[in-house]
Design a protein around this ligand. Structure first.
Ligand SMILES: Nc1ncnc2c1ncn2[C@@H]1O[C@H](COP(=O)(O)OP(=O)(O)OP(=O)(O)O)[C@@H](O)[C@H]1O
Ligand SMILES: [Mg+2]
Length: 418
């Protein structure tokens, strides 16, 4: 966990810093007090020593030989009150350093020994006759030092704890925030990776679909050629064969030529109509100045005239749609009407066109024999209808039951060309 690492790292860094600050806080005030107070005591000891030395000098001048034996008493009587607190010890030595007098053990002073001391020379007639040493009582200062040390230690401990725990707590909180942010970033990255994967899969699927549609375009072209060949062979070819037979019969029996010639003429007329239809269906769609509903109405009227099947047309509104959409609608209609003509044996056909928002819908319904859509494999015609619609982002639905007529419904988005 990054926040755990960050906290541990910071804690390790803060620990020596806090301990150092605590120690500094605990040690500095006592140390300063120790220096200042002991310095002051030393200076006081110097003043006392000079004072005693001055008294001693008078005694030496008065009693140049006996002062050695009386000095203690005289000094004691002269300068010390019993129980004087701040002097711990007074010592007097001769000029050679031999001890002559010491308050130690006399009970004239009280207090702690071991405090700071000072020496003062006793000069008589320009010669050092003796030395006086005064050592100060530092019991009071020791007490104050202990109190300052105790208070400083408590303050140092408090400072150390505050210096350690406050930043560590703040950093831990911030580390948690950083950890949360990192987790959110990781989650967002995972989302982006998933979206990217999804996008790649969709691109791959779309590429495969485009490839499949390209192959279908080629195969639809082949199907179209087959259909044209079939139309010419089954329709025009057979009609010409029939004309040939009729003309042959007319030639063989000139006395009965008239009915044969009349039948040949009928067949020719029908064939010319078929030929026109085939050629018309093959021509690219050209709406010219007419709207889609007008073009569809014209097709249905021609279909009715050509087949004798009663055909109705209804449109919700006059509309213009992009050329690709119009071409698709017209081709679907041609195929559906061609199927009615060829397979349905219908009496009536109803064609309707609806434009609803950005969608155009067309329905072609016949009352013919129908077929079982689940049983019968789709031919190139119905497959073509579906593929044309799918190519433009729409869809086609073929509903039929044996004996129950057939309904072809298509739905296309009205998209701009290109
Ligand atoms: N309106 C309809 N009434 C009855 N049967 C139909 C109708 N439309 C299609 N069918 C049936 O569905 C089959 C498939 O039609 P589809 O248009 O795909 O192929 P096709 O018309 O046989 O051949 P193609 O259209 O390729 O010349 C037809 O053979 C026919 O049996
Ligand atoms: Mg067909």
């Amino acid at each position: 966990m990054p926040e755990g690492t960050l906290s541990r790292h910071f804690t390790r860094r803060m620990l020596p810093l806090s301990v150092s600050a605590a120690l500094l806080m605990a040690a500095t005030p006592p140390a300063i007090y120790r220096v200042v107070a002991w310095d002051k005591l030393g200076a006081q000891a110097g003043v006392y020593a000079s004072h005693v030395g001055e008294n001693l000098r008078h005694i030496i001048e008065r009693e140049p030989l006996l002062w050695r034996y009386n000095s203690g008493k005289i000094v004691r009587a002269a300068i010390f009150r019993p129980g004087q607190r701040d002097v711990a010890e007074v010592r007097i030595t001769d000029c050679a350093g031999a001890g002559l007098f010491s308050t130690e053990g006399l009970g004239v002073t009280t207090g702690q020994k071991g405090g700071p001391s000072a020496w003062a020379p006793v000069a008589v007639h320009g010669r050092t006759a003796a030395w006086v040493q005064v050592r100060m009582d530092h019991g009071y200062e020791i007490g104050v030092l202990a109190a300052i040390a105790a208070v400083s230690s408590i303050l140092g401990l408090a400072l150390g704890l505050a210096l350690f725990f406050y930043p560590v707590t703040v950093v831990r909180g911030q580390a948690r925030v950083v950890g949360d942010t990192l987790r959110r970033i990781e989650a967002a990255e995972a989302d982006i990776r998933a979206a990217n994967r999804d996008l790649c899969e969709r691109v791959a699927a779309a590429t495969a679909e485009v490839r499949r549609l390209s192959e279908r375009v080629v195969s639809i072209q082949e199907d179209e050629r087959g259909r044209i060949a079939r139309d010419i062979h089954d329709g025009i070819g057979q009609a010409l064969a029939a004309v040939q037979i009729e003309l042959g019969l007319a030639a063989a029996h000139p006395e009965e030529a008239a009915p044969h010639a009349a039948r040949a003429a009928d067949i020719c007329e029908e064939t010319i109509r078929d030929l026109r239809r085939v050629v018309h269906d093959l021509r690219p769609v050209d709406l010219g100045a007419s709207t889609l509903d007008e073009a569809l109405r014209a097709v249905t009227e021609r279909f009715e005239r050509g087949t004798g099947i009663e055909t109705s047309f209804s449109a919700s509104a006059k509309t213009n749609v992009p050329e690709k959409t119009a071409t698709c609608i017209l081709r679907v209609m041609q195929e559906a009407l061609s199927n009615v003509r060829r397979h349905a044996a219908a009496h009536e056909v109803a064609v309707s066109l609806d434009v609803e928002g950005s969608l155009v819908r067309m329905k072609i319904e016949d009352d013919g024999r129908g077929f079982d859509t689940s049983a019968k494999a789709e031919g190139a015609g119905i497959r073509g209808i579906r593929e044309r619609c799918a190519f433009l982002g729409g869809e086609a639905l073929i509903e039929s039951t044996a004996g129950g007529g057939t309904r072809v419904s298509v739905r296309l988005p009205i998209a701009e060309d290109g």
